[in-house]
Design a protein around this ligand. Structure first.
Ligand code: NAP
Ligand code: ZN
Ligand code: ZN
Length: 355
């Protein structure tokens, strides 16, 4: 038994997204049925739809920055009830048994995490489909509680952009006195500025876009460095304990290494793939510097991040769109023409014909 809901799907890397009849499973005993109110538009949605990572299966319903309202719960669910405001991020399941899962690192599950879309459900083998849809059905262990006071649309991007930048900030123990830099001011970058600032760090933005300085300062940066300007790079030599690099495409990392302090780390969260030009290991060896990577965050850490944002009044800066505008929004995302996250108002899906 399945229930048909309206959704927007891609059918190939080159075709636009359009209305799609999505069959959701009937709820299991541990499931929470969520009516989706807003869904953020992550650059990963675009990478997936266009098959940039070579693993897309179609039809593909993207969306992993999901907020909504509980409309039904299974018999075993005790943490949620009808009417609760809840969120779902990039993960909907994991093996729950391996050592990574045991540490709360479900995103690094050794048997394979189950992504919110473009993955396979562990129990029924059906493809998982994401938040550009009316409803989603998720096991209660992977559903997040949202802080009461935060604006709902601005909360949606916390479920991916928020946790993806919060997790490395926490892992590398950023706090008062830390010197943090962020590369790229987009969806992830603007959350990184806000979160690092709220943790008490001294915060710098590296950008290739001269027009972003005023915004960066408003969002929490103490300093803005134009990454194309060698003099400006020299001015921050040896400075940063942590650099979070959010750039989605291959780019030269070598100019950033001299700006790390001795023992500092540059963590990649944006680009996946071989580096080009190659990385020069000399600055790493001579200064005990590291280049690392980081993937979203586990469920407990995501809840911690949401609570932190509730406490500090942190949400994303958003531009709300209708689902019918999604293809144009992708083109604008490619041009970095968004301040700083598109969020789909899912009420717009109800204007489409019933499926
Ligand atoms: P976004 O909103 O498009 O922002 C990316 C920013 O990077 C742009 O605003 C721009 O900032 C800079 N940039 C873009 N293209 C560039 C290029 N060719 N060279 C140099 N800089 C460039 O994207 P997002 O949603 O923040 O996502 C960023 C990346 O993180 C994506 O690849 C996404 O798939 C990935 N991601 C990873 C995780 C994870 O768990 N690791 C989670 C979510 C997303 P400036 O104009 O300021 O330079
Ligand atoms: Zn994402
Ligand atoms: Zn596991």
């Amino acid at each position: 038994m399945t229930t048909a809901v309206r959704a927007y799907a891609a059918h190939s890397p080159t075709s636009p997204l359009g209305l799609f009849k999505l069959d959701r499973r009937s709820p299991r005993a541990d499931d929470v049925v969520i009516e989706i109110l807003y869904c953020g538009v992550c650059h990963s949605d675009l990478h997936s739809v266009r098959n940039d990572w070579g693993n897309a299966t179609y039809p593909l319903v993207p969306g992993h920055e999901i907020v909504g309202r509980v409309v039904e719960v299974g018999a075993e669910v005790t943490r949620f009830k009808t009417g609760d405001r809840v969120g779902v991020g990039c993960l909907v399941d994991s093996c729950r048994q391996c050592s990574a899962c045991g540490k709360g690192w479900e995103q690094y599950c050794e048997s394979g995490r189950v992504d919110t879309y473009n993955s396979v459900d562990r129990l029924d083998g059906r493809p998982t489909q994401g938040g550009y849809s009316e409803k989603i059905i998720v096991s209660d262990a992977f559903v997040l509680k949202l802080p009461d006071k935060l604006d709902l649309a601005g909360t949606a991007p916390l479920l991916c952009a928020g946790i993806t930048t919060y997790s490395p900030l926490r892992h590398w123990k950023v706090g008062p006195g830390s010197k943090v830099a962020v590369v790229g001011l987009g969806g992830l970058g603007h959350m990184a500025l806000k979160l690092a600032r709220a943790m008490g760090a001294e915060v710098t933005l590296f950008t290739r876009s001269p027009g972003k300085e005023a915004d960066a300062r408003r969002l929490g940066a103490h300093r803005v460095v134009l990454s194309t300007d060698e003099t400006q790079l020299d001015g921050v030599a040896g400075r940063f304990d942590l650099i979070i690099d959010t750039v989605p495409y291959v780019h030269d990392l070598n100019p950033y290494l001299p700006t790390l302090a001795t023992g500092g780390t540059l963590v990649l969260v944006g680009y996946l793939g071989p580096l080009d030009p190659a990385l020069n290991s000399a600055p790493l060896v001579l200064g005990r510097k590291a280049v690392a990577g980081s993937l979203i965050g586990g469920i407990a850490e995501t809840q911690e991040m949401l609570d932190f944002c509730g406490l500090h009044g942190i949400t994303s800066d958003t531009e709300t769109i209708a689902i019918q505008d999604i293809n144009e929004a992708y083109e604008r995302l490619l041009r970095s023409d968004v301040k700083y996250r598109f969020v789909i108002d899912m009420a717009s899906l109800k204007q489409e014909a019933a499926v």
